[in-house]
Design a protein around this ligand. Structure first.
Ligand code: LLP
Length: 419
């Protein structure tokens, strides 16, 4: 459990902004998932894109998790962290020839293919390597996932996967190829899903396709049901993990395939926070701003998806008194609601809008909740800002798992124009 005192201590010890992850809580999430699917052979391939810190991955490896990767470097991260190659899968609409070659050489469990052209490319590369490539095809079931349009992936107009008809033809082709070995089938309709029915509806379509393929003597071993389970950022109702598993298992009746699931956010989202420090308060006309030291480069979700993360405020005993001379005192009425904004030069750089927060002072802290997924992993160096440090809480103890960047790290790969 991460208490307020612990957060204060960590902010002092490591500085801010700071990502803190509760590994003990992550373990609980993994066990929730395992328990829910225990009736079947199943493998959790954690979606690295949510948070790919190596220590986190090693921890998940120790809990027997596999990895769902979307770039060859994610595959390499997973291997480096000790996730066995036979538990690693690799998806993505735009794998290059080199990506495919490396993935085949690394001999991972399978590649999830997203187009006919990609399949033919994989076949050629496998042939050159004298291998048969284990593959799965991502099927786009054309179901509305009812989530934010940027993270909805299972509709005809989305770039992901192939439709059911094309998938069938691809499986028949692959089944007849010496260099392709179709062993899985995949669907993933979106992220932050809060309704179960689009998932079961999709599973239903995929299972029907699987029965058709088995009748054609295709020897499929895995159904990869993707990720996407939403978490509670605010008051939204979310999918209960047991109902989710039951819903999938019900659709799978009569089918003897191992289940692969690819949760990301569910495993880490709620188990992480971003600590940030108040730098200033200001009031422009009737609008109040709290300016903090975290910005959209640290957490882009509010700016990109209008995501609303809960914010907790911690007043810190700083011994600092703000001395504002009478002349400069603002006589407009104090606004109870404020926007929490970062130092980046964009109006879109905000952490939260219009939230109720007491008058703050420099040095106070805000805790941005549910920031474990798609927080650090989407961070950047925009405005030449340094990426945050990351700390894990394991067995109640804190451990630095990523050093804060410094200026030298920032410019390390840049070469002088003049020499
Ligand atoms: N599998 C596939 C094929 C995916 O595309 C994704 C997420 C996942 C699994 C994991 O989904 P999860 O269980 O984490 O929902 N940056 C966005 C989320 C993008 C998700 C992309 N794909 C955000 O911050 O909300």
């Amino acid at each position: 459990m991460i208490t307020k005192d612990l957060l204060l201590y960590l902010a002092n010890k490591y500085g801010t902004p700071l990502y803190v992850y509760d590994f003990d809580e992550i373990k609980n999430k993994v066990f929730d998932f395992k328990r829910a699917f225990k009736a079947r052979k199943s493998l959790i391939c954690y979606a690295l894109k949510a948070n790919s810190n190596l220590s986190l991955l090693s921890y998940l490896a120790s809990l027997d998790c596999g990895a769902d990767c979307v770039s060859i470097n994610e595959v390499k991260r997973a291997l480096k962290a000790g996730i066995p190659k036979y538990k690693i899968i690799y998806s993505g609409v735009g794998k290059s020839d080199l990506d495919i070659k490396e993935a085949l050489e690394l001999d991972i469990l399978f590649l999830n293919l997203e187009s006919v052209e990609e399949m033919l490319r994989v076949e050629t590369i496998a042939k050159d390597l004298g291998k048969s490539a284990r593959i799965s095809i991502r099927v786009n079931p054309n179901v509305d996932a009812k989530t934010h349009p940027y993270i909805s992936t299972g509709l005809r107009e989305n770039k992901f996967g192939v439709n059911i008809e094309s998938a069938k033809k691809m499986y028949i082709y692959a089944g007849n190829s010496k260099f392709l070995h179709p062993i899985g089938i995949h669907f993933h309709i979106g992220s932050q899903l809060v309704e179960l029915s689009p998932i079961t509806q999709s599973a239903n379509k995929i299972v029907e396709l699987i029965f058709g393929l088995l009748a054609l003597k295709l020897d499929l071993k895995f159904i990869d049901i993707g990720g996407g389970i939403g978490i509670k950022y605010n008051d939204e109702k979310t999918i209960d993990i047991y109902s989710y598993a039951q819903g999938i298992l019900k659709e799978m009746q009569g089918l003897d395939l191992s289940i692969i699931c690819e949760p990301g956010r569910y495993i880490v989202g709620d188990c992480g926070v971003l600590i940030s420090k108040i730098l200033y308060e200001k009031q422009n006309e009737n609008k109040r701003f709290c300016i903090v030291d975290a910005a959209m480069n640290d957490l882009i979700r509010p700016a990109l998806y209008n995501a609303k993360h809960k914010i907790e405020y911690i007043s810190v005993d700083t011994n600092q008194k703000s001395h504002i001379p009478d002349l400069l005192k603002d006589n407009t009425r104090f606004q109870e609601y404020a926007d929490i904004v970062g130092p980046i030069c964009e109006s879109g750089d905000y952490i939260a809008k219009h939230i109720k927060i007491p008058r703050t002072k420099a040095g106070d802290l805000i805790i941005i909740k549910s920031a474990g997924a798609y927080g650090f992993s989407m961070s950047s160096n925009y405005n030449s800002r340094l990426k945050c440090a990351e700390v894990a809480i394991i067995n109640g103890k804190d451990k630095l798992i990523r050093k804060r960047e410094n200026f030298e790290d920032l410019i390390a790969n840049e070469l002088p124009y003049l020499n």
